[in-house]
Write a new protein. Sequence first.
Length: 908
Amino acid sequence: MDLASRYKGVVGFVFGNENSNCSEDSYVERLLDRISNGVLAEDRRNAIAELQTIVAESRAGQLAFGAMGFPVLMGVLKEERDDVEMVRGALETLVSALTPIDHAKGPTNEVQPALMNTDLLSRESESISLLLSLLSEEDFYVRYYTLQILTALLTNSPNRLQEAILSIPRGITRLMDMLMDREVIRNEALLLLTYLTREAEEIQKIVVFEGAFEKIFSIMKEEGGSDGGVVVQDCLELLNNLLRSNASNQVLLRETIGFDPLISILKLRGSSYSFTQQKTINLLSALETINLLMMGGSEADPQKDSNKITNKTVLAQKKLLDHLLMLGVESQWAPIALRCSALRCIGDLVAGHSKNLDALSSKVLGEERQVEPALNSILRIILRTSSMQEFIAADHVFKNFCEKNTDGQAMLASTLIPHPNSMTDASLEEDVNMSFGSMLLHGLALSESDGDLETCCRAASVITHILKDNSQCKEKVLQIELEAPMPSLGAPELLLHRIVRYLAVVSSMKNKDGKPGYSYVQPIILKLLITWLADCPNAVQCFLDSRPHLTYLLELVSSTSSTVCVRGLAAVLLGECVIYNKSSENGKDGFTIADAISQKIGLTSYFLKFDEMQRSFIFSSVKPAQSHKPLTRSTTASMAEIEDVDENDLTDQKNEDHPILASVFDAQFVNFVKGLEVNIREKIVDVYSRPKSDVAVVPAELEQKGGESDKEYIKRLKAFVETQCSEIQKLLGRNATLAEDLARTGHSHPELMAGSGSDRVQVETLRRDLQEASQRVEMLKAEKAKIESEALMYQNLAGKLESDLKSLSDAYNSLEQTNIHLEKEAKTLKSGGTSTSPDIEAIKAEAREEAQKESEAELNDLLVCLGQEQSKVEKLSARLSELGEDVDKLLEGIGDDMALPEDEDEED
């Protein structure tokens, strides 16, 4: 049969000869012969049982079965449905043939016969249809083994099986009916549907139409919700497959079943709040469902945004925020992965939703005597947690809370008041009664006392969100002063200056003992300073009030020990001191900063810092926010995998920057920095294209004043000239520096040397060449159109000549008919009397001669015309060939109609 011959070809190609494992081949062949040709029913059943055993235990048996066994067993399933034991045995054998056999020893690249069998069976659509029909059988094991076979096929050949099932009438319906069957079959059908609905929109629609939502929630309720076993996980995975990037299914769920059954899964029951591994997986899957609903659908769906807002509104009305706060904030005994997922859901729930933002800002947690705002509790997680992933998740809440929420930012900024007690004496555990802002500032101050700047870095990230795109908050926070670590160190210090000092401290600590743990602190603090100084001249002025700040920043940009990301961000911060500088004070204006960049770093080297940063891994690999990978049985096989999945994703990145920066530096910040880079380049060029100040030479200054002695006048003129000479010397020195920069650039980057005049000349030359080529193309197009027109004209003329030739041929035929008629008359007359025969013969000869002469004359004229036209066609064909036209295609069909008359002439 075709099935067997195809498999034998594959086996021969893989294993090279037909003699390998010949004993298994012959044994399997004998068993198959007994099954197909046996007389006694008991003998056939024994043969199929033996076949199942060898196929289940031996790869060679699987291979031999695949080469010849499928047609035999499919015949049993098709023709012997009444013999339940035979059908059971055939199905169990098929399950064994499709199940991989794991051996501890053996080459890793060894071919898997089970996979080959799966691929072979999935190619036969008739086999899939036959298997689906077995689901309606009454026998339990027949239905169970059939589902196992379909699951094995779907695992290894999903697309092929999806197409096959879609092409079979009521194929999905039969599978959905299995969800209402006995528990074992229901669970197997559920697992099959989870595989079947992955990235298969058409199947998803049919499954939902068949009442999938009702059946899924009914099964989860029977299994005990989040406290249930792996069946609940499979139900949630199927539910997520139906909702992922599918707005219509989300709307259907919201308007039919509602979100209450889903949210009830998140409700913690009992007093112990124990979290088993399976319960954690179930809760993570339910949180993934919540996240899918808050995404609203696929990016291409025009109704995504409205559906997203509606889903968030309904979820908030169902008290989702309370359950998320319980899981992510209050349940500190919960697994870290679960807390992180709940915190991310809180951030997504409030993002862009004013009512949910207000609800979070007013939410309080704790018992009656010890209640505190939820935002304070989340901030405490940021400052205290030892998990980097929990910090990122909690920081995500504040990022979304402050995004386009000026009222919320102002509310948080208003609490930024230093605690009356010593900021460094109190420990982090004594911050329960502090306000949000006091706790935040306390975290900043505490870092310096114990030498741990990680807490400072986390607090800086929160302040970044509070200040982003809010000029009022920037001005308010600019006035905050922190007391010195020790009274002997002097007066209080501005918050901005304290943060810059921490930035310098990190550099010294890193250079001193090389702790890799601080590699992400500098970039996060630089992000805060960049956000703060953006479009805030007062912040720029405050930053430049301390002279060492500029010196340190120049050194940081040039530092070889810093990462590319740090040098680039420091260059951006330095550029902000130019573009947002409104000061006219000498030594602090934009011209002075640009001059310092030129002298200390070099403009070319400075601008290269931007290019290096944009090519770094952090900036080049940034992507828009995406949902996490779907949770499946494979990704949640163990609790360790759940907790470490994000960590593994981060540490897998090979780059010099800390992997946490990939989460902190989102696409929005990267695009903001890119926009700043363009403005910085333009501003520095503009600064150097104008003089430092407009020098108005007042003639009166060069004239002698009244009562001024000649000696004083000469002295004043001398001072004026010296001042002018000094400024000229500075300009000459600056020009020399720029020239050296340009020379160094030419030696180290020769490709940049051609960036000025030579590039311009080359561009102009290319532009002229392009223009000439365009003109030539237009001329050739016009000439081509003209020749095509002439070719069409000659084609019509040839058709006319062909028609004339056909008319001439018809006339010649008519003349022949007349001649025949005359010959008949002549014969008649001849038979009637012989007296007239000489005259008749003469008349006939004369008529034939005249007709022949007339036809020959017309033919000669026609041949002359055809010869002339043929020469014209040859010339035009040559010209069209030069222009690249297909002459044969143009002349195709010409003269075909002439063949018939010419053939008739030849026959005549």
